[in-house]
Design a protein around this ligand. Structure first.
Ligand code: AGP
Length: 613
């Protein structure tokens, strides 16, 4: 996934500075490299750099006073390594045009081979450069017809912004299956194009979401829109007010730590207005038709990737256990290419913090092809996933900047608990009062706060165990899914090889990995399987494997006496335990990464939102 930003129209301030600011707000989409192309009387000038946008900024001082049509890009590498020649923008051979691209051109290799056989020389390993050369080869002095010819040859997904030296007042954009917005600022006459709203500066805009295979030619006071058959269309703009709450870390060293500490308020906000403790009722404020869906649903499939998938696993387990409906969690990139057994009585709950994850959106479309109803759970209003769904609910975690998801995860779980309880409530004419689910939910923020107060102890555990190079997470039932999430946290910010298995699976193979150098982190929280999991820990200890055990107040560790342990001394219902255990292990992962001095908020090779499959 990458971030695109472009500027044209009446440009009253440095276009270079505005592009840099836009790219910085799109770095969550990738930050391997970045670049900018501007068009002025001297032709097209391109500056690119590996690393984050600030590295590019340092190379642009000589262009800072330019107020000219420009396109810019921040990259997450898909084809071709993280080197400057692979950074966008890419040019055709004559240097007549520059373009930036988000997506993957699936037939780029055949096109590249054909162009090379015609004598075209390539300078990068990217799929994007193929588009630039195709434009160059097919150019007929008419950008519109050229673009139509080009996109008809492309297979795969693309959002493209392009400038051409023969058309100095025109910014060309086109898209297929990738988000791209056109934003007009009536007050200044400036026109922006961007991958999403996050890139826009504070102000009032008229925006238009470019649709699949549409082509827009954007000029000073004119936007001409066409479909792929060159039929003129009228863009329907909608007003949007951007209130850019700048992202500050405050007194925190990293966004991740700040966001870990924001979890109590994020959970509180996510709960707000969604239950009535007096009436013992959940209030989701969804359209009435969702009640019908809840009554009839025979099967629920949770779709997501990474952390969002883990939230789905935990909720599927809770839904089956409590509501007695068949439920399963599916990794979106797998689901979209399987033959899912779904029908109109299947409810698909798609989970995505960013609302832009290509795999999840692709999986939703697959589910819609089988006439499933779609409820999406996302943290970003106006995100693409909402437009793909029948219903949606927003977590109220606030912008999550760190690539490593924390507050979004616990907010997703909180909202998914509400949805599960709501479905139960509709099918059973109300909620039971034992247990008092709403009271338990209302206690979550304070319980998380209690865990956060033990950060010193958690940091101590991290310092004591930082030298283990291999870490195995184990748990059972809710704790297994929580262990999966915790294993991912540690993996993605410390770069350690971590594994995760259901505790009962150890003896079926993973036990072969156990030695004094492998730390086993055991999540003991699930009371019904506590004794069994203790036996698994003893199997590890019999092979001299050191253990860090996380356990509850009512549990006793005399029989295992682990080298390291952490007590979660909160009374909490079984299905809600994942939230507290996850917070402990978020902090643990953070402090391990701190010891290892990795780039915690922007881990290598990753991006905050994966908008390519
Ligand atoms: C989580 O820490 C990771 N950054 C990653 O697994 C993430 O959860 C995944 O890419 C899904 O993102 P989404 O929730 O925005 O769809």
């Amino acid at each position: 996934m990458c971030g695109i930003f472009g500027i044209c129209g009446t440009i009253s301030k440095s276009s270079v500075n505005q592009c840099i600011e836009g790219l910085k707000k799109l770095e969550y989409r990738g930050y391997d490299s970045s670049g900018i192309a501007l068009l002025d009387e001297g032709g097209i000038q391109v500056v690119r750099s590996t690393g984050k946008v600030e590295a590019l900024e340092k190379k642009l001082n000589h262009l800072k006073d330019k107020k000219t049509i420009s396109i810019a890009h921040t990259r997450w590498a898909t084809h071709g390594g993280v080197v400057e020649i692979n950074a966008h923008p890419h040019l055709d051979e004559e240097g007549s045009l520059a373009l930036v691209h988000n997506g993957i051109i699936e037939n780029f290799y055949e096109i590249k081979e054909r162009l090379q056989s015609e004598g075209v020389r390539f300078s990068s390993q990217t799929d994007t450069e193929v588009i630039a050369h195709l434009f160059g080869k097919l150019y007929t002095n008419d950008l519109l017809t050229t673009t139509s010819s080009v996109i008809q040859q492309l297979e795969g997904a693309f959002a493209i912004a392009c400038i051409h030296k023969n058309h100095p007042d025109t910014l060309l954009v086109t898209t297929r299956d990738k988000p791209l917005i056109i934003a007009v600022e009536p007050q200044s006459g400036q026109i922006l194009v961007a991958s999403d709203l996050n890139a826009l500066y504070e102000g009032e805009f008229e925006i238009f979401y470019l649709q699949d295979n549409q082509i827009a030619l954007i000029e000073q006071n004119k936007i001409r829109l066409f479909n792929k058959d060159l039929i003129p269309l009228n863009p329907n703009f909608e007003p949007v007010k951007i209130e850019n709450t700048p992202h500050f870390k405050g007194e925190f060293a990293h966004f991740m730590l700040k966001e870990i500490y924001e979890q109590p308020s994020a959970i509180r906000r996510t709960l707000e207005g969604r239950y009535d403790i007096e009436l013992n009722r959940i209030l989701l404020n969804l359209p009435k038709s969702f009640d019908e869906v809840s009554k009839k649903v025979q099967k629920v499939i949770f779709l997501g990737c990474g952390t969002s998938y883990h939230a789905g696993c935990i909720t599927a387990h809770f839904l089956e256990e409590f509501v007695k409906i068949e439920a399963q969690a599916e990794i979106a990139s797998e689901f979209r290419y399987s033959e899912p057994l779904i029908n109109p009585d299947t409810l698909v709950i798609a989970i995505s913090q960013s609302g832009e994850t290509a795999d999840t959106i692709g999986a939703i479309r697959e589910a819609k092809n089988h006439r499933a109803k779609i409820l999406s759970i996302t943290n970003v209003a106006n995100s693409s996933i909402i437009r793909e769904s029948d219903y949606y609910l927003l977590t109220q975690a606030g912008p999550e900047i760190s690539v490593c998801s924390t507050k979004a995860f616990t907010s997703q779980l909180t909202l998914l608990y509400l949805v599960t309880l709501y479905i139960y409530q509709i099918r059973n004419q109300g909620l039971s009062s034992h247990p008092n689910w709403l009271k338990a939910l209302r206690m979550l923020p304070a319980q998380v706060e209690s865990v956060l107060q033990k950060k010193g102890e958690i940091q101590g555990l991290a310092k004591k165990t930082v030298n283990f190079e291999k870490v195995l997470f184990i748990g059972r039932q809710y704790m297994y899914y929580t262990a999966l999430e915790s294993s991912l946290k540690l993996k993605e910010i410390s770069y350690l090889f971590t594994l995760c298995y259901p505790a009962g699976e150890l003896k079926h193979g993973p036990l072969a990995l156990i030695d004094e150098k492998t730390l086993t982190i055991a999540l003991l929280g699930h009371q019904p399987t506590f004794a069994k999991t203790c036996s698994n820990i003893q199997e590890v200890q019999a092979r001299k494997g050191p253990v860090l055990a996380l356990y509850n107040k009512s549990q006793h560790l005399e029989q295992i006496q682990p080298e390291y342990s952490f007590l979660i001394d909160q009374e909490i219902l079984e299905p809600f335990k994942p939230i507290l255990y996850a917070v402990v292990l978020q902090l643990y992962a953070y402090y391990i990464a701190l010891e290892k001095e990795t780039d915690i908020d922007y881990p290598k090779n990753l991006a905050k939102s994966v908008t390519v499959e």
